[in-house]
Design a protein around this ligand. Structure first.
Ligand SMILES: Cc1cc2nc3c(=O)[nH]c(=O)nc-3n(C[C@H](O)[C@H](O)[C@H](O)COP(=O)(O)OP(=O)(O)OC[C@H]3O[C@@H](n4cnc5c(N)ncnc54)[C@H](O)[C@@H]3O)c2cc1C
Length: 414
């Protein structure tokens, strides 16, 4: 595959952009592969990428029922941060954040990583204590965060109202190297790199069954026939329960819709990400000028991949006290994705009761930020049977009561 470069742009400009190659191939499925990944979202594609890059396993298919990146990966609000509380979480999220720093160079694809900084506002005394505790934990974990004063919050976010009547801003947990990236580009960049390594990305093909012999996987039934493999990675976010059911085991996962909305584009007014977990809303400004606004997940389980009116009202009502300027904005569009929630708000990266079947799910409302770290660790787990990054995130923790409680870090959907 030809490299993208400034020279390539100039060359193609001179010949009316006729020479660009397709970014990835769309091959017919082979009879079998060394490994199959179900789900061409960010996590599935990153897993395939690191299987090839770190372990030389390239006879891999990524099977996607829709189009690549069309699930939550292409529907999220792109916040990247690693200010989690528990050591296992900080390790995988910080690994991911670090990989985001060089992702554009590593993939030769501009993912527009923008480390513009993320503030989680403290708007109750309980939150002040909680975030101070997280800042201390992060210091021990080697993750750079700090608890900042209201005056410093105002300096970073001039449009904020600190003195809301119900929830004044009492400080914030600030991660200066957190930020955002272009979500589609992350999926596209990995897809292009995987295709370049000779992997098959098979879109518009639904996995409809998991075939087993003597308790081990031998392949998957798909809408385009049977495809054999002895290693299967299930990476389908909100549909994890459905795929686990096909393989014959159950997951402690609930699927719910999570929604977001954007305003009309306006002049640049906020150059960082602000999350207000107590009132349940968060906001950033996209490169196009839209205010990107998200709130909490739906309060009931569902597979409804779309927005709803009550959500707009709740989220905007939550934020308007802290950001009065949004009362004058028009909404451009809203949407939803189906997220996979665990009880402890931490992911599952694990072997399963079926030999050869591995599961990567439970990223819930906050898995975009984890994509490269998750792919790195899950590929290692699939290739070697063990990864230090994923060791704590096994399914057995739910039986053993070893929860990795991240309900504060994941307090608002993000
Ligand atoms: C509105 C919203 C806002 C969010 N904001 C943030 C944020 O700011 N920061 C953050 O870190 N995270 C955020 N998230 C969460 C984040 O988007 C997800 O955790 C992450 O994208 C999950 O990636 P994935 O690759 O696991 O899943 P997906 O991207 O959903 O990919 C799974 C794929 O599996 C496919 N699939 C399903 N069933 C089958 C089948 N039977 N056969 C073949 N393919 C199948 C689906 O079509 C889908 O493409 C947000 C999510 C939403 C919905």
């Amino acid at each position: 595959m030809r490299r993208y470069s400034a020279f390539a742009i100039a060359r193609e400009a001179a010949r009316y952009h006729q020479g660009w190659e397709r970014a990835w191939a769309s091959p017919e499925p082979k009879k079998s592969y060394d490994a199959i990944i179900v789900g061409a979202g960010g996590h599935g594609l990153a897993t395939a990428f690191y299987l090839g890059k770190n372990f030389g396993i390239t006879n891999v298919a990524v099977i996607e029922k829709g189009w690549l990146g069309g699930g939550n990966t292409g529907r999220n609000t792109t916040i990247i941060r690693s200010n989690y509380l528990q050591d296992a979480s900080a390790a995988i999220y910080e690994k991911a954040r670090g990989l985001y720093e060089t992702m554009s160079q590593d993939l030769n694809y501009n993912v527009m990583f923008s480390p513009r900084g993320v503030i989680m506002l403290a708007q109750t005394h309980h939150e002040v204590r909680g975030y101070q505790r997280t800042a201390h934990a992060n210091a021990l974990q080697g993750v750079k965060t700090e608890f900042i004063s209201p005056a410093r919050v105002k300096e970073i976010v001039p449009i904020i109202n600190l003195d809301g009547p119900r929830y004044p801003v009492l400080g914030g947990l600030w991660q200066a190297r957190g930020g955002t990236a272009r979500h589609d580009a992350v999926a596209w960049g990995y897809a292009r790199a995987c295709s370049d390594m000779g992997m098959d990305i098979i879109q518009k093909t639904e996995v409809t069954g998991v075939r087993k012999e003597n308790g081990a996987v031998v392949g998957v039934e798909t809408s385009r026939g049977f495809i054999g493999t002895k290693k299967l990675g299930i990476v389908v976010a909100g549909h994890s329960g459905v795929l686990a059911d096909m393989a014959g085991f159950r997951l402690p996962i609930e699927s719910v819709a999570l929604q977001a909305l954007v305003s009309e584009p306006i002049k640049p007014c906020m150059d960082c990400v602000v999350m207000a977990n107590t009132v349940h809303g968060y906001m950033s400004q996209s490169d196009k000028g839209e205010m990107v606004i998200g709130g909490g997940a739906d309060g009931y389980n569902n597979y409804t991949q779309r927005g709803s009116f009550h959500h707009i009202e709740e989220t905007v009502r939550a934020l308007v006290e802290t950001f009065p300027m949004i009362s004058r904005l028009k909404q451009l569009r809203q949407w939803g994705g189906i997220v996979d929630m665990t009880g402890d708000r931490s992911p599952i990266l694990s072997k399963t009761p079926v030999e050869g079947v591995f599961i990567n799910c439970g990223w819930g409302t906050g898995g975009f930020k984890a994509i490269p770290g998750s792919g790195w660790g899950f590929a290692e787990l699939m290739a070697r049977g063990y990864s230090p990054l994923t060791a704590e995130f096994g399914l057995n923790r739910f039986k053993e009561g070893r929860f990795i409680d991240e309900s504060v870090a994941a307090g608002v959907a993000h």
